[in-house]
Ligand binder design. Structure first.
Ligand code: IMP
Ligand code: MG
Length: 204
């Protein structure tokens, strides 16, 4: 990707503050994430101005940080739901998405926004949209993702709200993991020598 602005000092700061992380480049800093979240919240505030039934559905685990920050900037009163979607077992895609609820979604008649960290092949969001529409009878369903990898799309779905489009690189931080690691980093990064083929994720 041509847009890296990371310097060695970014990494030094990260190591000091967050422990050892292999050499990496930041592709979205904390302030850039804040800007993207504010941008998305502004559009959502506008679009749902009239809604009295807004519900944000967080796709666990990757979207936790994003959903929390986004929710605090959405001025329209809204509820939270949490859903777990897993499309990989270990490092292998099953081609199916296992969906689990910690409680019934209970969104009949509600305006649902599914909030996920990233849209990649589109399988997760397509599955969730179809499932929620067919099983829950919501008033509406839209999708919001912080990141989008359009070049990886294999399924016919687009997110309605996207913070930033990125190239086909495997990213981590701010909720996104590499085998469950690095979710805690406050920025989004790529391994310095990473490519999407080499990296794996727990994919939750
Ligand atoms: P899908 O291919 O659009 O279904 O994406 C499935 C899931 O894979 C996303 O919700 C993320 O949790 C995960 N994922 C996709 N790309 C990345 C990445 O670059 N880093 C970490 N997780 C990713
Ligand atoms: Mg996910």
């Amino acid at each position: 990707m041509g847009s890296f602005f990371s310097t060695q000092s970014d990494e030094d700061v990260a190591k000091a503050a967050y422990g050892y992380v292999p050499k990496h480049n930041i592709i979205m800093s904390e302030s850039q994430i804040e800007e993207a979240v504010a941008y998305l919240a502004e559009i959502i505030n506008d679009d749902y101005d009239e809604s009295e039934n807004l519900v944000l559905v967080c796709v666990l685990k990757g979207a936790v940080q994003f959903m929390t920050d986004l929710s605090r900037q959405i001025e329209v009163p809204h509820e939270h739901r949490y859903i777990t979607a897993q499309s990989y077992l270990g490092t292998e895609s099953t081609g199916e998405v296992a969906v689990a609820y910690n409680e019934p979604l209970n969104v009949a008649g509600k305006d649902v926004i599914i909030v996920d960290d990233i849209i990649d092949t589109g399988l997760t969001l397509k599955t969730l949209v179809e499932k929620i529409k067919s099983e829950e009878n919501p008033a509406s369903v839209k999708c919001c993702t912080l990141l989008d990898k359009p070049s990886r799309r294999r399924h016919n779905i687009e997110a309605d709200y996207v913070g930033k489009s990125i190239d086909d690189v495997f990213v981590f931080g701010y909720g996104l993991d590499v085998n469950e690691n690095y979710r805690h980093l406050p920025y989004i990064a790529v391994m310095a020598d990473s490519s999407s083929e080499e990296s794996t994720s727990s994919d939750e």
